[in-house]
Design a binder for this molecule. Structure first.
Ligand code: PGA
Length: 250
């Protein structure tokens, strides 16, 4: 991990309430110190907390992001859904798209591509998740999956500067198991190679996600190709979250 523009993205998934936001203010006050100037801290709470969370951080260096959106960028008769325009109106700057928990629920590469297009149209910065399942890894299909998800997800997309790729091997999400640094480094290099082949020459940031915690953060941060972490379980606990940030940058 290099020290410039290192990302720490908190993915709260379907957890969190106002008390959790209040508890997170200790992290937010801390990261406003000069030492953290070049770090990007992004909280992605459930939709219902976006606006309130934004009101708490709007004068700080912390940004807010959503965890998904509907693929239709226009308003329409889609009961129960939220599109990128509505997300933008909460003050959110980022959005996680293509998360494996949504792919598991039926989201296809094509839908994810449409969602990315709609989010970019609203000037949201997209944290685009990719990664292989355990069964695919066992069949040595990791590279094939990375190539397919990147190629289809980014098809036709021009505004590449607003894309951040998050490599999250599905088998490491919530499992406590993380890849070896050598394996991770190899896969990140492969992602860069594919991006280059797709003629995406801009220096896209690449994050790692999957069971990042205070115990493994220092070791994972040794991987110089990584620009930050997407953190689920450990991000709801302010002490663990700040511990991860400190261990990664010291
Ligand atoms: P985890 O989740 O840190 O709990 O493994 C990461 C993610 O799903 O983004």
């Amino acid at each position: 991990m290099t020290n410039n523009n290192t990302y720490f993205v908190a993915n709260w998934k379907m957890y969190g309430n106002i008390a959790d936001i209040n508890r997170s203010m200790s992290v937010i006050r801390l990261v406003n110190q000069k030492k953290y100037k070049k770090k990007k801290i992004i909280y992605c709470p459930p939709y219902t907390l976006l606006k309130h969370f934004y009101s708490k951080v709007k004068n700080t260096k912390v940004s807010i992001g959503a965890q998904n959106c509907h693929s239709n960028s226009e308003f329409g008769p889609f009961t129960g859904f939220i599109n990128a325009k509505l997300i933008k109106s909460t003050g959110a700057k980022y959005i996680i798209l293509g998360h494996s928990e949504n792919r598991d629920a039926g989201e296809t590469d094509l839908t994810i591509n449409k969602k990315i297009v709609s989010a970019l149209k609203e000037n949201l910065k997209v944290i685009f998740c990719i990664g292989e399942k355990l069964s695919e890894k066992k069949k040595k299909q990791t590279q094939k999956i990375i190539m397919k998800q990147l190629t289809n997800g980014l098809r036709g997309i021009k505004n590449i500067k607003n894309i951040i790729v998050a490599y999250e091997p599905v088998w490491s999400i919530g499992s406590g198991v993380v890849p070896q640094n050598s394996e991770l480094s190899k896969n990140i290099k492969y992602i860069k190679k594919i991006l280059f082949k797709l003629k995406i020459r801009k220096n896209i940031k690449i994050l790692y996600g999957g069971s990042v915690n205070p115990k493994n953060a220092k070791e994972l941060a040794q991987i110089k190709e990584i620009n930050g972490f997407l953190i689920g379980g450990s991000s709801l606990n302010p002490k663990k979250f700040i511990d991860i940030i400190n261990k990664s940058i010291n």
